[in-house]
Design a protein around this ligand. Structure first.
Ligand code: NAD
Ligand code: UFG
Length: 344
C-alpha cells in the first residue's frame, strides 16, 4: 500500500515541486497550507503535472491544533510528515521576531505534539544554510558551528534542537535539511516561485528584470572579500531539492527509531552575484542591466555547502546546472508573468 504523507506548506515554492516528485513516486499526500504565501492554483497544477489525484489539500494554519488534527484524520494513518510551512524573510524576521517565533517554532511544536499523540514519529524539516551565520571556513560541513545572526535562523536552530530531543527521548526519526539557495522551476513552467510584491531574492528579481517588470537589478555590494567582490551563494535547482526530499523520506521510513540526520542540501559550488547574472544572460540571450549599491544589512559574504554527507547517506547529489536553473526559471516567468495570480 502507498505511503501517506502530510506535507505542511505543500503549496509553496519548494513544497509544490516536492509534491510533484512524491506523487510521481506513488505516495498519497495531504497538504496543509494557510496559503499565506502561496496559491491553491499551485496544487491544481501539481495534480496536472503528476497525473495523480492522490493529493488532498486542506486550508489551515499549523499553529491551530484542531486544524492539524483534522489533517491527520482526513484520509487515514499518516506514515510521515514533511514540514515546509513557515516564514522565510530575513528582514521581516528582524522587524517582527515574535511572528517568526510563533509561526516557525510554535507552529512546529503544535505539529510535533499532534504527531506524538498519533505515534507518527517520522519527520523531514526545512532548515536553512543561514544557521551557520557568517562562517569563515568553507565548504560548510554539518558539524560546522551554528551561529545564527537573525531571528529567522534562530527559529530554525531552535526547531532542529527540539526535534533532536524528540529523537533521543521519544524514538523519532528526523532529518533536518539545511537548504542552501533553491532557484529555478519545474521545466514545464507550470509551477515556480511566486513572490508577493518586490522580490527579496536574487533569482526572481533577475527574471522580473528580464521580463521588463523592473528596470534593473541592484547588486548589494561589490566590496565583499570574494574574487569579484559580490556575494557568493550555493544555488541549487528546486527540482534537485525536491528529489532530495523524496530520497530523505524514503530513507527515514526504513530507519530504526532514534535517528536524527542533519544534512546540507546544496551543490558544493558557490557562485557570485555577477556569475549568476552572466549565467542568466548566456542561458537566455538577454541582457540584465544592473547597478551596484550598498551592501544589504544582514547579508554574509559567502555560503557554500559540502554536500558529501547527503550523498553518502541518501545517495543524492544535485544534478542540474546553472544554465538549467536560469532556463527553467525564465520559462516559468514568461509563462506566468504575474505568477499564479494571472492563472485562470
Ligand atoms: P514558501 O513561502 O513558498 O512556502 C511556505 C508555505 O508555507 C507557503 O505555502 C505558506 O502559505 C505556508 N505557510 C506559511 N505559514 C503557515 C502557517 N502558519 N500554517 C500553514 N501554512 C503556512 O517558502 P519556500 O521557499 O517553499 O520554503 C519552504 C520552507 O523552506 C520554509 O520553512 C523556509 O523557511 C525553508 N527554506 C527556504 C529557503 C529558500 O530559499 N526558499 C531556504 C532555506 C529554507
Ligand atoms: N542580491 C542582490 N540583489 C538582489 C537580491 C539579492 O545583489 O536584489 C544578492 C544578495 O546580496 C546575496 C545574493 O544575491 O549576495 C543572494 O541573495 P538572496 O536574497 O537570493 O538569498 P540569501 O542567501 O540572502 O537568502 C536565501 C533565502 C533564505 C535562506 C537562505 C539560505 O532568502 O530564506 O537563502 O542560504 F535561508
Amino acid at each position: 500500500m502507498a505511503n501517506r504523507l502530510l506535507i505542511t506548506g505543500g503549496a509553496g515554492f519548494i513544497g509544490s515541486h516536492t509534491c510533484v516528485v512524491l506523487l510521481e513516486q506513488g505516495y498519497e499526500l495531504v497538504v496543509l497550507d494557510s496559503f499565506d504565501n502561496s496559491s491553491p492554483v499551485a496544487s491544481e497544477r501539481v495534480r496536472e503535472l503528476s497525473g495523480s489525484q492522490a493529493l488532498h489539500v486542506l486550508k489551515g494554519d499549523i499553529r491551530n491544533a484542531e486544524t492539524v488534527n483534522q489533517a491527520f484524520r482526513c484520509r487515514g494513518p499518516i506514515d510521515g510528515v514533511i514540514h515546509f510551512a513557515g516564514l522565510k524573510a530575513v528582514g521581516e524576521s528582524v522587524a517582527n521576531p515574535l511572528l517568526y517565533w510563533d509561526v516557525n517554532l510554535n507552529g512546529s511544536r503544535v505539529l510535533a505534539a499532534a504527531m506524538e499523540q498519533r505515534s507518527c514519529r517520522t519527520l523531514v524539516f526545512s532548515s536553512t544554510a543561514t544557521v551557520y551565520g557568517e562562517p569563515e571556513q568553507f565548504p560548510l560541513r554539518e558539524d560546522s558551528p551554528t551561529a545564527p545572526i537573525h531571528p529567522y535562523a534562530q527559529t530554525k536552530v531552535a526547531v532542529e534542537q527540539m526535534l533532536q530531543a524528540l529523537c533521543r527521548q521519544k524514538n523519532w526519526r528526523v532529518a533536518s535539511l539545511r537548504y542552501f539557495n533553491p532557484v529555478g522551476a519545474h521545466p514545464s513552467g507550470r509551477i515556480g516561485e511566486d513572490p508577493l510584491g518586490i522580490p527579496n531574492n536574487l533569482f526572481p528579481f533577475i527574471t522580473q528584470v528580464a521580463a521588463g517588470r523592473r528596470s534593473h537589478l541592484r547588486i548589494f555590494g561589490s566590496d565583499y572579500p570574494t574574487p569579484d567582490g559580490t556575494g557568493i551563494r550555493d544555488y541549487l535547482h528546486v527540482m534537485d531539492l525536491a528529489e532530495a526530499h523524496s530520497a530523505t523520506i524514503s530513507h527515514l521510513l526504513k530507519q530504526d527509531p532514534c535517528t536524527h540526520l542533519t544534512l546540507n542540501i546544496g551543490t558544493g559550488r558557490g557562485l557570485s552575484v555577477l556569475e549568476v547574472v552572466r549565467g542568466f544572460e548566456q542561458a537566455t540571450g538577454l541582457t540584465i542591466p544592473f547597478e551596484v549599491v550598498e551592501r544589504r544589512p544582514g547579508d554574509v559574504p559567502r555560503l557554500e555547502a559540502c554536500p558529501d554527507q547527503a550523498e553518502m547517506t541518501l545517495g543524492w547529489r544535485a544534478k542540474h546546472s546553472l544554465l538549467e536553473m536560469c532556463r527553467d526559471g525564465w520559462t516559468w516567468q514568461q509563462a506566468n508573468p504575474t505568477g499564479y495570480r494571472s492563472a485562470a
